[in-house]
Design a protein around this ligand. Structure first.
Ligand SMILES: [Cu+2]
Length: 420
């Protein structure tokens, strides 16, 4: 990207998220600012020490003690403000798609601590297609975070991206400027510690919003945070985490790779080629891939979802976009309940076939599985199946001829992609 474009994007970022300047830092609570400053120094020192011998080990121990002390300072700070923050602290259970953390049994608020680290990992986006994902905690989508309304989310945000690129996090569950983006921005070696009280129940997208925000979302930096209502959600037998998103790539043979960097990842293995990201394709909203859980085939074959007849299934479904609206549908099922736009307060809509999920939005659907067989998750903008938006839920159990009966056997649907 040209320098002038970067300036323009930074200006745009400042307009949307507010400046990440000293003015923001001045707003930080003094104790926390000190803790953060100590931590940043400590992590930087860790980098420098990594290549030395015995001296390095001694220094590393010293640095580790600094990190410990800085964490204690943060803890002390929490105690000083115990009147406004919950006294109970816990480490969040984080899971990766399609898995969901267990329901929260607490009946009172807690400080819920979550560590998020930015990184770049090269993985298979589709058969034969490698992609350099920008990630939270090395996964696309990032971890599923489960909390309860009234909790205080304590984020420890780090950056392991060797490129030196800044990253941050904007959580749609957070009330405050930038959804937290302005106070979590950091480059490799930085540590940001922030606290956000979660005022609204719902299922929310989170994403990186470092400039240019669209590039950080398009490359994979997103996930879901659930804020359960105080009384929790109705009990179900299975919960799944499914997130739809688009990927914009250009021809790996193209001379005009937009990053301006040589694509030397492809020199050794010609069977799998790294496809470069294309900002240009994103701009015209022309995705080459539309996928569930970051990869073509993430819910197919051995990775398909499973349930048994008689069970109730809940899907936490997010749409990270960055451009397209999702028309979420499960072939062969009717959603008993749809918590439209992930509104967990109002009574859910009933008996819904397909539900719209805006870019940067989410929904929660529930249904019972009565008849055994394979059910197909799709974006019912149906050409998107060919771009990857398809997955399977395999249901085992006894036949139910009272609900679904045929004298003839089913016909195979070879090549149609909506059956395994
Ligand atoms: Cu980022």
């Amino acid at each position: 990207m040209r320098h002038s474009q970067v300036i323009a994007f930074r200006t745009f970022f400042d307009l949307v998220y507010g400046p990440t300047t000293s003015r923001d830092r001045q707003r930080a609570v003094p104790h926390e600012r000190e803790a953060r400053s100590s931590s940043r120094t400590a992590v930087h020192e860790t980098e420098k020490c990594s290549n030395t011998g015995v001296i390095g080990a001694v220094l590393s121990a010293f640095v580790a003690s600094l990190v410990f002390v800085s964490t204690m300072q943060a803890d002390d700070h929490a105690e000083n403000l115990s009147e406004i923050w919950p006294s109970v602290r816990e480490e969040a259970v984080l899971t990766y798609a399609p898995n969901v953390p267990p329901p929260i049994n607490r009946t009172t608020p807690a400080i819920v601590r979550v560590h998020l680290d930015s990184s770049v990992v090269t993985e298979e986006l589709a058969p034969g297609v490698l992609y350099k994902y920008w990630t939270f905690n090395d996964h696309v989508p990032g971890p599923f975070i489960r909390t309860r309304a009234g909790d205080t989310l304590e984020l420890h945000v780090t950056n392991s991206d060797d490129s030196g690129m800044p990253h941050n996090i904007d959580l749609h569950a957070v009330t405050g400027p930038g959804g937290g983006a302005t106070v979590t921005t950091g480059v490799k070696g930085d540590l940001r510690i922030v606290k956000f009280k979660l005022l609204h129940p719902g299922l929310f997208i989170y994403h990186c919003a470092a400039p240019p925000v669209m590039d950080h979302i398009a490359n994979g930096m997103y996930g879901l945070i659930l804020v359960e209502p105080e009384d929790g959600l109705p009990k179900v037998d299975r919960e799944f985490y499914v997130l739809q998103s688009e990927f914009y790539t250009s021809d790996p043979e193209s001379e005009e790779e937009e990053s301006g960097e040589a694509n030397d990842d492809n020199e050794e293995n010609e069977d799998e080629v790294v496809y470069p990201y294309s900002h240009k394709e994103g701009l015209i909203e022309h995705p080459q891939f539309i996928v569930f859980n970051g990869h073509v085939g993430s819910l197919i074959g051995e990775q398909a979802l499973h349930a048994k007849t008689g069970e109730r299934v809940r899907i936490f479904f997010g749409n990270a976009g960055p451009n397209k609206i999702a028309s979420f549908h499960v072939i062969g099922e009717i959603f008993d309940k749809v918590y439209r736009e992930a509104d967990l307060i109002s009574p859910p809509a009933r008996s819904i076939q397909t539900t719209l999920v805006p870019a940067g939005g989410a929904t929660v659907v529930e249904f019972g599985v009565e008849v055994p067989g394979t059910y197909t998750l799709v974006d019912h903008a149906i050409f998107r199946i060919e771009k990857g938006a398809v997955g399977f839920l395999n249901v085992e159990g006894e036949p139910r001829p009272d609900i679904f009966h045929s004298v003839d056997s089913p016909v195979d649907c070879e090549g149609c992609q909506v059956q395994p």
